[in-house]
Design a binder for this molecule. Structure first.
Ligand SMILES: Nc1ncnc2c1ncn2[C@@H]1O[C@H](COP(=O)(O)OP(=O)(O)OP(=O)(O)O)[C@@H](O)[C@H]1O
Length: 292
């Protein structure tokens, strides 16, 4: 045990509540492929910058293995909330729990083994190969003075192939296109073998085929996933649940059918739509042309 959570409970070296269901990690540091999907729960979360309130009273629950889509207009607080969920910033009020342990109480190295984050800010001037970037995801698993092992290399190569980038191993990061960088960064997150995968607009540089492949991959992933998206139809099709933010507050949460109603989309996005339920039982949003 190397710490305690906000409630004073012991926290083990993997950031789990001592004696909790997930305490033992079969296979230790071996390839786990998101074998222990986490439950993420946030409630009453508030956060602000320089006196400006960015998030207020936000609640979000992602059950193990579920894919939650985080929606909302520009500036509604999606990226800010994702940072709080990832433990990259601390909420000013409320709490964020990973399997009942406050994220802020989990040691950084343990947190890096459990949560992987794919952000929008992908640096352009990194002098590394694609394979080296992917291998960054293995650092939380490596003894501090050890080099890269054969198993790490194998995992990184497989993750690149999974991202559709087999053969890109030695390509310089700076030579990659925006979409290729986004997929390398996803591969880096995958080799972290996270229990919780947090992605901030991971489709924004991807062509439609890669968007569909990525969202299908997330939907089928054994990890718990929270992903911010702007495309309402992709969110409706691939997410189990949606949380809709507006001006830093949750205005709706539930299944895609419950959240994506025509009146709510108009209220939040000021866009008129027709929403129909497709044969797969999920909503499809048709945007009306703005009247001249
Ligand atoms: N560090 C900061 N300093 C000042 N304002 C900030 C900071 N971080 C976020 N904000 C503001 O908080 C609000 C929410 O930003 P955030 O990036 O979370 O929104 P978002 O929903 O992800 O937006 P988008 O869809 O445009 O990516 C915005 O008005 C933004 O300008």
């Amino acid at each position: 045990m190397i710490g305690s959570d906000a409630a004073g409970r012991s926290v083990d070296s993997d950031g789990r509540a001592a004696g909790g269901a997930g305490e033992a990690r079969p296979g230790g540091d071996q390839y786990r492929a998101g074998a222990s999907p986490a439950r993420l729960h946030a409630d009453g979360v508030g956060w602000g910058v320089a006196g400006a309130r960015i998030l207020a009273g936000v609640a979000l629950t992602a059950e193990p293995g579920v894919t939650v889509g985080l929606l909302g207009p520009n500036g509604s607080g999606k990226s800010s909330l994702l940072r709080l969920l990832a433990g990259l910033a601390r909420p000013e009020s409320g709490r964020v729990l990973l399997d009942d342990v406050a994220v802020g109480a989990i040691p950084r190295r343990a947190l890096a083994r459990r949560i992987a984050v794919v952000t929008q800010q992908v640096a352009t001037d990194v002098e590394m190969s694609a394979l080296e970037v992917v291998l960054l995801g293995r650092i939380p698993y490596r003894p501090r003075i050890a080099g890269v092992g054969a198993a790490d290399l194998d995992l990184a190569r497989r993750a690149l192939a999974e991202a559709g980038l087999a053969g890109f191993e030695q390509r310089r990061w700076s030579s990659l296109s925006g979409g290729e960088r986004q997929r390398v960064d996803l591969a880096r997150a995958l080799v972290q073998e996270p229990d919780l995968l947090l992605l901030d607009e991971p489709t924004n540089h991807l062509d439609i085929r890669h968007q569909l492949e990525l969202l299908r991959f997330l939907a089928e992933s054994t990890s718990t996933v929270v992903v911010t998206l702007h495309d309402l139809n992709l969110a409706a099709r691939y997410c189990d649940r949606l949380v809709l933010l507006c001006e830093g507050r949750v205005v709706a949460a539930g299944t895609p059918v419950e959240v994506l109603t025509s009146s709510r989309i108009e209220q939040v996005y000021r866009v008129r739509t027709d929403v129909v339920i497709a044969p797969d039982g999920r909503p499809r949003v048709w945007y009306r042309r703005p009247s001249p």
